[in-house]
Design a protein around this ligand. Structure first.
Ligand code: GUN
Length: 287
């Protein structure tokens, strides 16, 4: 079998056009422009690129954005005060603190300081709890993007064997919960898993977010599997590759998301979605 390759850019483009219409509608009907505040602490080069891309996507879609760039030695209290001010600002519907943070700042403290109604990353414990019970308001953007890709490709989830490789708070764990909510039989593998292949070969749908270039080879998957590659790895020669060995896996999978151009464009798209939803909820709450 030769895999059909998912065009994440095209799916993202289509969804962004839909969100842009809803954003324009909100402005015309209620005079409200969705707004997001993005906080970047320090000068991590990858974070700088991610934040730049987020801001630019907001601009293209009609979302107002504010960028707060704080030096790496910013005390935690100063960051908290900034979050408090943004929590109180009615023009801000979403607050995103880019991770990772410098080591002297507690990530849990920061994430729990963000108002749950503005937690467009979906990282606050309240929203994480909502994932467990199946009613979160803001699903985390990367697994949400994967879910939307699968939906767009009409991949049936219910009753399927799903294997998630990677157990991070940002991707693997929420991904597993979201697919379990859709009645998949979910298995989570991680870096301590012995003989990964014995699990991945059972998958009808395989989601890989391990951060290990080329981890999944063709002999580790079954014929006809749907494979979603969440990995983004920069090789020493400058090439960007995923966690899946594209050459060998594409010979066996029925559907495969590439890197780049698969999940990547969907992550920011879902951030736009969550910010829009937050603004719509603010309008509805006002009556
Ligand atoms: N760092 C890597 N991915 C993410 C994300 O989705 N949100 C935030 N805030 N930081 C990240």
């Amino acid at each position: 079998m030769t895999a059909r390759i998912i065009d994440g850019k095209a799916v993202a483009r289509k969804l962004r056009a839909e969100y842009a219409e809803r954003i324009a509608d909100l402005k015309v009907r209620h005079g409200v422009v969705p707004g997001i505040a993005v906080i970047l602490v320090g000068d991590n080069p990858a974070s700088q690129v991610y934040v730049r891309n987020k801001i630019s996507a907001c601009k293209d879609t009609g979302i107002h954005s504010e960028l707060y760039q704080l030096p790496a030695d910013t005390p935690e209290a100063v960051l908290m005060a900034r979050i408090d001010a943004l929590n109180a600002d009615p023009a801000v519907h979403g607050i995103l603190v880019q991770l990772p943070l410098p080591v002297h700042i507690s990530v849990p403290n920061v994430l729990e300081r963000i108002a749950v109604d503005k937690d467009v990353d979906g990282f606050h414990l309240y929203n994480v709890g909502g994932l467990v019970t199946g009613n979160t308001v803001f699903p985390p953007c990367t697994p949400f993007g994967v879910q939307k890709l699968l939906e767009h490709e009409n991949v049936e989830i219910s009753g399927k064997n799903v294997v998630v490789v990677g157990a991070s708070n940002i991707v693997g764990k929420p991904m597993a919960l979201m697919l379990m909510q859709q009645d998949a039989t979910v298995c989570i593998c991680h870096k301590m898993t012995r003989d990964l292949g014995q699990f991945t070969r059972l998958a009808d749908i395989l989601v890989v977010a391990a951060g290990v270039p080329g981890l999944i080879k063709g002999d580790m998957v079954s014929e006809g599997v749907v494979v979603i590659d969440v990995g983004i790895n920069r090789l020493p020669d400058g090439r960007l590759v995923g966690d899946v060995d594209f050459e060998s896996v594409s010979q066996k999978a029925s559907l495969l998301s590439p890197v780049p151009g698969g999940v990547g464009p969907m992550t920011i798209t879902m951030l736009l979605h969550n910010t829009l939803v937050s603004a719509e909820r603010a309008v509805a709450a006002k009556g």
